[in-house]
Design a protein around this ligand. Structure first.
Ligand SMILES: Nc1ncnc2c1ncn2[C@@H]1O[C@H](COP(=O)(O)OP(=O)(O)OP(=O)(O)O)[C@@H](O)[C@H]1O
Ligand SMILES: O=P(O)(O)OC[C@H]1O[C@H](OP(=O)(O)OP(=O)(O)O)[C@H](O)[C@@H]1O
Ligand SMILES: [Mg+2]
Length: 288
């Protein structure tokens, strides 16, 4: 039986369950359920705090889990502390960055100026590692959340926190300093060195299928044969476009996968080139 850890709360919780449901796994009906068994795939899902997921996976009690990359690096046992957990694949949601910010009026406007200051964070391991690597000596104030308020209340001079839109930082009168310490998104994690069992390989294929179906569309168009080379350069597909003859003499039909974000640009370029009957279809699922 496969055992998977899924975030039970927070911003990763809903999209993680949605992605698993889209991958064909049964998910819990109520947010109060602590675990659910999917008989069809012989898989049990455990709903746990994102902060704890790498701990269970590293210990080998659960085969794989979904958590944030920042959480994984914060909570997985470090080298030399026994088995740890590692990233298997990014899952394309829960994107954020982990970065420094300070009150606008503080005069702390560069990472160097953090030396000798107090920095509040809910990710003390990540922060300390970054400070050590950068040779910056600063105090780390460990908080549980709502870190942005720490400066105003006088327990820190700067913060290092998760930023998505930046709204929370702005509301607290903070401005970003320096480059991101880390860019994060939801990731699938497994125990380091563990051999991949077939059920995990299947899970990965299913998740990849969802990722691709979300990121790509199918593009069909008709194209005069003399333009085929240039048209298929615009739509190379993943392995190569499918080209079949049209009944109309001198024309072919082309089908290729295209990145959703490129769709309109590619359609415009194909039209300019002379392609016609350009159709876009969404992909519901795939195995590649
Ligand atoms: N806008 C966001 N705010 C917070 N976390 C985000 C955001 N976008 C993505 N994430 C990711 O979600 C994870 C944090 O999840 P969550 O907020 O549930 O944890 P937490 O803040 O420790 O818990 P809680 O808020 O319940 O105390 C991190 O991996 C983080 O990178
Ligand atoms: O850049 P933004 O889009 O504003 O999002 C980032 C904010 O959201 C998170 O807080 P969360 O809701 O998890 O509360 P917490 O700080 O108490 O964990 C995070 O810690 C930031 O405070
Ligand atoms: Mg939070």
């Amino acid at each position: 039986m496969l055992r998977i850890a899924v975030p039970n709360k927070g911003v990763l919780s809903e999209p993680a369950a949605a992605m698993l449901a889209e991958s064909g796994y049964r998910q819990r009906r109520s947010t109060k359920d602590l675990a659910v068994y999917d008989p069809e795939s012989d898989t049990e899902f455990f709903y746990l705090r994102p902060r704890d997921i790498a701990v269970y996976v590293a210990a080998g009690t659960l085969d794989v889990g979904i958590t944030g990359r920042d959480m994984l690096l914060e909570t997985a046992p470090a080298d030399g502390e026994g088995p740890t957990a590692v990233e298997v694949m990014p899952l394309g949601f829960g994107r954020s960055s982990f970065r420094f910010a300070s009150p606008v009026e503080s005069g702390i406007d560069s990472v160097e100026k953090l030396a000798g200051r107090r920095i509040a964070t809910a990710y003390p391991v990540l922060l300390q590692r970054y400070l050590d690597e950068s040779g910056i000596k600063a105090g780390v104030v460990k908080l549980d959340g709502a870190v942005e308020t720490a400066c105003r209340l006088g327990v820190a001079d700067a913060v290092c926190d998760v930023v998505e839109t930046g709204t929370t930082l702005r509301a607290a009168g903070l401005r970003i300093i320096g480059e991101p310490v880390l860019t994060s998104e939801a990731v699938l994690v497994r125990r380091e060195g563990s051999e991949e069992i077939p059920a995990v390989a299947q899970l990965r294929r299913r998740l990849r299928g969802v990722l691709v179906a979300r990121q790509y569309v199918l593009l069909d168009y008709d194209c005069p044969n003399e333009l085929l080379a240039r048209a298929t350069e615009l739509t190379p597909g993943l392995e190569g476009p499918t080209v079949s003859p049209l009944q109309t003499e001198g024309w072919s039909a082309v089908r290729a996968m295209v990145r959703q974000s490129d769709t309109n640009r590619v359609m415009d370029e194909l039209w300019e080139l002379g392609a016609r009957a350009i159709l876009v279809t969404s992909i519901h699922a795939c195995r590649l």
